[in-house]
Design a protein around this ligand. Sequence first.
Ligand SMILES: Cc1cc2nc3c(=O)[nH]c(=O)nc-3n(C[C@H](O)[C@H](O)[C@H](O)COP(=O)(O)OP(=O)(O)OC[C@H]3O[C@@H](n4cnc5c(N)ncnc54)[C@H](O)[C@@H]3O)c2cc1C
Length: 497
Amino acid sequence: MATPTKGLVSRRQAVGAAILSPLLPAGAQAATPAPPLVMTRDALLAGLRATLDQDGILTGDAIGKRYLTRKQDDKPLAVLRPRNAAEVSAIMKLCSTARQPVVPQGGMTGLVGGGVAHRNELVISSERMNVIDGVNTADRTMTVGAGVTLKDAQDRAATLGFMVPLDFGIRKIATIGGMVSTNAGGEEVVRYGMTRESVLGLEVVLADGTIVTSLNQLIKNNAGYDLKHLFIGTEGTLGLVTRAVLRLRRRQDGAATALVAIDKPDGVPELLRHLEEELGGALTKFEIMWADYDAFVRKYCPDLKSPLGPGHTYYLVTDAVGNDAEFERERLKKVLARAKKSGVIVNAAIAKDEAERRSFWALREEAGAKFSEMGPFFGYDVSLSLADMPAFGARIKREITAALPAAQVLILGHVGDGNMHLVVAPGTPAEEAHHKCNEIIYGAIRELHGSVSAEHGIGTEKKDYLAWSRSPEEIVLMRTLKQTLDPLGILNPGKVL
Ligand SMILES: Cc1cc2nc3c(=O)[nH]c(=O)nc-3n(C[C@H](O)[C@H](O)[C@H](O)COP(=O)(O)OP(=O)(O)OC[C@H]3O[C@@H](n4cnc5c(N)ncnc54)[C@H](O)[C@@H]3O)c2cc1C
């Protein structure tokens, strides 16, 4: 690797160099406004070129779609593709000197704009930090580069009889670094918790280029502050994740899946309690689809077949996972028969084999590709008490259709952990409608003491509503952390705070 400063004006030379305007994007709020640039942009790019190999820096037309969002009409200054923490460190030392804002990117599947980089910003992509360092079978850990996809990590663990206890539909693109930085959730949270619960250690590069190697492999380690939590769920605003140690679980292949229909308003929490009590820890997924979502699937996804009839208030897909699929199937059948007898559920179908299991899950996972059939739509990811969910869903539908009579509202979610996703197609020119929907949904969440972000983070999309879920004191402490770790405000500026 070339020396980090080669090709750069030194700090002393830089004092006399042209002072350019700060590179923060319009509207961005860093903890502290970045001081003026003390290095010309050409000098900075020359320094970066000298630091990275030829494929390590992309500019102009070489910056492809994967680094941009669909709506974006400008491109970042450059995309940097370091291979390890040392290269990220060299980049950050240069960027600190130059007061240059950077935006970390993983697979760019984030849904709140956290990875969006504009004209004057540099992208630091983790795509070449995609090596799995190894699996420690004794301690059941796996050390991975930040750019390893969830699917690759899952597959590697599976070959050794283990599993990464995290899963969601976009597994082939989402990266471990992105998941750590957003504290991603998904479908197995009801059993294993969010990403935070599966991260034992991290390697992180700070804004000034310091590498903090904290690749802890131990489950118990209370020696001082558990620093990894500064970087889990902080969306790249406090440091760049370069490697992670994941906690693995023993792989269990015996999965049974049921599709369940419920009409009773409080049937969902009742069924959850019932399954938790009777499945002895095997309950692994518990996902809900409201009636309108089911109707949407029947209309727009004719290839997806549901064995249950239309018109029920809620549909649930649930998995019980253990060592023996037949055992789990039989047990699920008995438990659901009892739930039907006691009136908690109306009907249930148990998947007879793996193909049918996949077809049940497709009803929940694959309709997203068709949402645009309703026209422009907005996605929401909120959480609240399970007890409040039925009334919340009904209230949101009522208030949105009162405000926007042509609107369609679909509701689904990881209901086992209080997480609801709402898809709202306003049926009217978008911008004003978006604000209206935000106020209705986040307003209700605020009243119910829920969270405006269950699992996707804040990014730029939800910044205006952070204070609706966090107290002033919490936000001041967040700003203090940001100021301490990134005093120049160059790490993902304008995101979260
Ligand atoms: C179809 C679909 C389904 C989804 N389902 C779920 C779901 O069930 N549960 C869920 O939680 N999310 C879900 N998501 C959202 C998204 O996949 C997650 O937020 C995921 O964790 C993002 O990973 P990524 O690699 O794409 O990160 P990116 O989108 O690239 O980045 C996300 C954020 O993390 C930061 N970041 C990325 N890499 C690093 C790094 N190495 N160091 C520091 N900061 C970094 C970025 O700056 C940004 O703020 C879904 C998205 C889609 C499109």
